[in-house]
Design a protein around this ligand. Structure first.
Ligand SMILES: O=C(O)[C@@H](O)[C@@H](O)[C@H](O)[C@H](O)CO
Length: 349
């Protein structure tokens, strides 16, 4: 059984009932007011979520326990977090990174203490996922997000050209892994690196190093441990040059990395290349999603999987591009259907 999950901030809304009704029992959470909670929609120019004013360190045991209780009231189990304390000094190897690493370790320990097995993070310094459009018209008038590299890169620089080097970011990653992977092992919490979105080499002066299949192989070699793993975000892997050039397909990558390196999956798809792409409904992109589920079944994957970005459907405001509600329901049903086809109906397993 997959641990089918949804991505929810610890701030309930009545629409959470729909997710329960669609058959999802698990939550991947953000941390109230932490890095992704703040960057999540700001980076695509939208207002999105607002943190609650709470007197708690968001990555502490107390705050996470509070979040768990909120989710539990609605019938959900928190099985992963996809948010961290601020990490840019760590990512860039700047002064002050040791304090940020201490906060990261505090979160690992908090999760371990509470029995939450997975912690996703990313190596995107300064911003998070980026799009140039959040209102491209798709099937039946639904809106999807899209990216055009020329338009994006004509925007204001995030850092002066040449100031940050790729090697600086790789060295910083090495320093970080040496500090945190042993802690993750001790706490029993699997780290899961999310790819750069879009997986391009540089974003307005800031190198993006987690943007190819080769970079993931390098990450895994840097700290060989089942606790140094991947958020296998299919939509981003689908845009990496090795996949676009036909050297390797997504199902083959699933088989290559295996359950030992994939604790967590983001299920979504795209059409296009990293220079110019749009997101799609889950049944309508350029990846063979049915074959992906067969690959997950073959490797014995029973971890967390959540739909990632979904189209905005009729009647929705599009205040939260990629994360409105109706598209999630479609995605959840689609994943469940493919899961039953690949893994067998529960009664037959
Ligand atoms: O592929 C992506 O960009 C996503 O997974 C992000 O939207 C992610 O959910 C947020 O940055 C929060 O981690």
């Amino acid at each position: 059984m997959l641990q089918l999950s949804e991505f929810l901030p610890p701030r309930p809304e009545s629409s959470w009932k729909l997710i329960r009704q669609a058959g999802v029992d698990n939550v991947v959470g953000v941390l109230n007011g932490a890095e992704q909670d703040q960057r999540m929609f700001a980076s695509v120019g939208s207002a999105g979520w607002k943190p609650d004013d709470r007197d708690e360190v968001p990555w502490s045991v107390a705050a996470l326990k509070h979040n768990m209780e909120i989710y539990e009231k609605w019938g959900f189990t928190l099985i992963a977090t996809e948010d961290t304390a601020p990490m840019d000094k760590i990512r860039l190897g700047l002064d002050g990174r040791d304090e940020q690493i201490d906060q990261f370790i505090e979160q690992i320990r908090s999760l371990g203490h509470l029995g939450i097995p997975t912690m996703a993070y990313n190596w995107m310094a300064i911003t998070t996922w980026g799009r140039t459009d959040t209102r491209l018209v798709d099937r039946g008038g639904a809106f999807v997000t899209g990216y055009n590299q020329k338009i994006a890169q004509a925007g204001p620089a995030l850092a002066p050209e040449g100031e940050i080097s790729r090697e600086q970011m790789w060295d910083a990653l090495d320093y970080f892994l040496k500090a945190v992977v042993p802690e993750a092992e001790k706490a029993g919490v699997r780290l899961a690196m999310h790819p750069d979105d879009p997986p391009q080499q540089i974003d307005r002066g800031v190198p993006r190093i987690m943007s190819s299949v080769a970079s993931y192989r390098r990450l895994l070699e840097m700290a060989p441990s089942d606790y140094n793993g991947i958020t296998f975000c299919q939509g981003n892997f689908a845009l990496m040059s090795e996949v676009i050039d036909g050297e390797v397909a997504i199902p083959e990558l699933i088989r290559e990395f295996g359950t030992a390196k994939i604790p967590f999956v983001h299920f979504r798809d795209v059409k296009g290349t990293v220079e110019d792409f749009r997101e799609t409904f889950h049944d309508n992109g350029q990846t063979d999603m049915a074959e992906c589920l067969r690959a997950y079944h073959d490797i014995g994957f029973e971890g967390a999987m959540r739909p990632d970005h979904v189209p905005t459907l009729e009647g929705e405001t599009n205040d939260r591009p990629g994360y409105e509600m109706l598209g999630r329901l479609f995605a959840i049903g689609y994943i469940r259907g493919l899961e039953h086809a690949a893994y067998g109906h529960p009664s037959a397993r």
